[in-house]
Design a protein around this ligand. Structure first.
Ligand code: GLA
Length: 681
């Protein structure tokens, strides 16, 4: 009789067939099974030997090996100068760490490699976290090419994989690929998470079940989905490693990133719900709990590099009058920084612009009742900077090759201890000298080159270490992760920061789809959403203030325009938008989010609970129908009476069954409008 290891959460179950002599075999990963339900036979007993097959049957395990009867993608690719490339652990030691976590120590005494897989299924979030670490127990150096966080099985009816592509100014472009017998693979080699390849995906199945997974890592990554001989598929994810990037000396160990996975019989919205809960559990808020997300004013698009202290004081006054709660001084404040050609690394206030330093402006802001925040781009160095003149070797480079610049800047080799130590001192000095409550931490280029041997991985670990050190030293400071907008959005850096700058494009029409993509994986309270000027700087499109406010409403709301020069109507609309955000933020954030599409080009999202929701319906294009479509809310509960109001006007009252199946008639909506409703039972 086979033995099984089982993990349950309220909505999910994972079952492995385990023995002391091999990696655990995947038997089930799917919606919750009743307690005690396990397979009645060992998997191999159900698999008679097919023609042209090895006599040893190797089904899918949690960590598929290489070279010993497994012909699919391997979870480990490593070798010692060509030797020890086969991986087939003959020993598996299982440890239970409480009711919800297991570790599997897979020992291959021939290859002299030990892999430990940790698996935990959190009952509070329905997220299974997998991670792998590897130890070189041999005599020679072990070159590692691939170490997956583990492997997940997908059922036979897995149909479509939904992932996200994009670019700067256009993050979260949805991509839906039909799964076939071809290998599906997404890779990112840009050195940071990237705008063009979010490290996660959602797979939808014929029966409506959805499987999601995302890698908690801010560097290179790869994920694959592969059809298997038994009709299932295997899904792997891990760091993409450059040739020679990881060489483990005898006794050395490497730990790969965590991979967060979930499954929901409620489809994609169920997957997002689990991810939101898991991300919320990862974020370390100052004081231990999220406080209402303060309204931002960010100076970038309103001022760019043209910092004038008197004008910025006026801006702060205008912002405070509108109801802004945090004033973030963006790029342009430090020594010699008049454009993007110089000064990264010279992190001291420009005496021409701030003769007394940043203190007076910061104190003016705090005296107006707002927090003061500051933009920094710590990982970078401009060639035209005092720092570069003093330490040209601190930039990542490959000796003998030209320096490749992007936005006129190079990347600091953060893993060098003297560079990391210097940077910590500089940032700590800034935080200690000025009342800075918030850092916007930017990263405006890809990592090419990243040294030789490649230092992508070391760079990510070094920035994590730096953030951890700063957080420990300044626990009340919140940090925003930005990389030219959304170039570093992932669950790894989310554990060390408090907000993402979703995109440099704040055109409200463009933002609709981007924000919907973001919300598939991450919760709204960390999604930076600003009201920009009209025309939008990124696209040149003009949009009404009310529409801009409506699109920004569900996220972490902010203003990014010169608020001194608004006409009276826009000022009034913006102040009302801010007031509405403040009134609703407790219900928009920290609660469940559903997203859906309605007929006639409408999209909607609801935040709250099945009993009471804030509903946002967005129309970007004009209607093509004479009569308005009906909007159905599938989560509405039969037997409850729901009242739907917009601006205190009752639109409809109906039973939840009717709301879920037939829906309510939407009022006429012009192009580029957001209807904000309350749905209360
Ligand atoms: C990046 C950010 C912007 C802004 C600029 C400043 O592009 O995404 O929000 O901070 O840098 O240079």
């Amino acid at each position: 009789m086979a033995d099984f290891a089982v993990l349950h959460s309220p909505a999910c179950t994972a079952i492995w067939e385990v023995s002391a002599s091999e990696a655990p075999l995947w038997r089930y990963w799917g919606p919750r099974l009743p307690d005690g339900v396990v397979p009645d036979t060992g998997l191999r007993e159900t698999r008679p030997e097919p023609s042209f097959s090895l006599h040893h049957d190797q089904p899918l395990s949690l960590f598929p090996g290489f070279g010993m009867a497994w012909f699919g993608q391997s979870a480990l690719l490593a070798h010692r100068a060509g030797m020890a490339s086969a991986f087939d652990p003959g020993e598996c030691r299982i440890e239970r760490n409480g009711a919800h976590a297991l570790s599997f120590r897979l020992d291959d005494r021939v290859a002299r490699i030990m892999v430990e897989i940790r698996a935990s299924l959190d009952p509070a979030t329905d997220v299974l976290t997998l991670s792998a670490s590897l130890e070189n127990r041999g005599d020679g150096a072990l070159d590692v090419q691939w170490l997956a966080a583990g492997c997940l099985p997908l059922p036979e009816d897995a149909e479509t994989v939904h992932s996200f592509a994009g670019r700067h100014n256009h993050e979260f472009v949805p991509v839906a690929d039909a799964l076939s017998r071809s290998l599906w693979r997404r890779e990112n080699r840009r050195g940071l998470t990237s705008h063009d390849c979010f490290p996660g995906a959602i797979v939808t199945c014929g029966d409506g079940t959805a499987y999601g997974a995302q890698l908690a890592w801010s560097g290179n990554h790869a994920q694959t989905i592969e059809w298997l001989d038994d009709g299932r598929r295997q899904w792997q994810a891990g760091e993409w490693l450059a040739p020679g990037e990881v060489r483990l000396e005898p006794g050395e160990r490497m730990a790969g990133p965590e991979w967060l996975a979930t499954v929901s019989s409620e489809g994609i919205n169920g997957v997002s719900h689990a991810f939101h809960r898991a991300l919320r559990a990862r974020i370390a808020w100052p004081g231990g709990a999220m406080r209402p997300r303060p309204v931002h004013l960010n100076t970038w698009e309103g001022f760019y590099f043209a910092h004038d202290e008197a004008a910025l004081r006026e801006l702060a006054e205008a912002a405070a009058a509108l109801g802004v709660e945090r004033f973030v001084l963006d790029d342009g404040w430090f020594a010699g920084r008049d454009d993007d050609k110089s000064s990264l690394g010279d992190w001291r206030a420009d005496p021409r612009k701030y003769p007394q330093g940043l203190g007076p402006l910061a104190r003016h802001v705090t005296a107006l009742g707002m927090e003061f925040g500051l933009w920094v781009e710590p990982e970078m160095i401009s060639r035209d900077s005092d720092l570069y003149r003093a330490h040209p070797d601190w930039a990542l480079h490959i000796p003998g090759r030209p320096l490749l610049e992007a936005r006129n800047q190079l990347v600091l080799d953060l893993a060098r201890p003297e560079v990391g130590a210097w940077l910590f001192e500089v940032l700590a000095g800034l935080l200690a000298d000025t009342p800075i409550a918030y850092l916007k931490w930017d990263h405006n280029r890809d990592l090419a080159h990243a040294g030789e041997p490649a230092r992508h991985r070391r760079q990510v670990l070094a920035v994590y270490g730096l953030l951890d050190r700063l957080r420990a030293a300044f626990p009340s400071v919140e940090i925003e992760a930005c990389a030219g907008g959304g170039g570093r959005i992932d669950a790894g850096i989310a554990a060390r920061t408090h907000r993402f700058w979703t995109s440099d494009c704040i055109d409200a029409v463009s933002r609709v789809a981007m924000q919907r993509g973001f919300l598939r994986f991450l919760p709204p309270e960390i999604m930076g959403c600003h009201i920009g000027a009209s025309p939008a700087h990124a696209t040149g499109r003009q949009q009404a203030m009310a529409f801009r406010c409506g699109v920004a409403l569900p996220g972490h709301f902010g203003v990014e325009l010169d608020a001194r020069h608004l006409d009276a109507t826009d000022r009034e609309t913006l102040a009302a938008g801010i007031a509405r955000y403040k009134a609703l933020r407790d219900r928009l954030h920290g609660t469940r989010v559903w997203q859906g599409e309605a007929p006639d080009g409408l999209v909607w999202q609801a935040h709250g609970s099945e009993a009471a929701m804030v509903l946002l319906v967005t129309r970007t294009d004009a209607t093509s129908q004479r009569h308005q479509p009906h909007l159905r809310l599938p989560m509405a509960q039969p037997g409850r009476s729901y009242t739907i109001t917009a601006d205190d006007r009752v639109l409809a009252t109906m039973d939840g069954a009717w709301l879920a199946r037939a829906g309510f008639a939407l009022p006429p909506m012009a192009a580029e409008t957001v209807l904000v409703c309350e749905v209360i039972s």
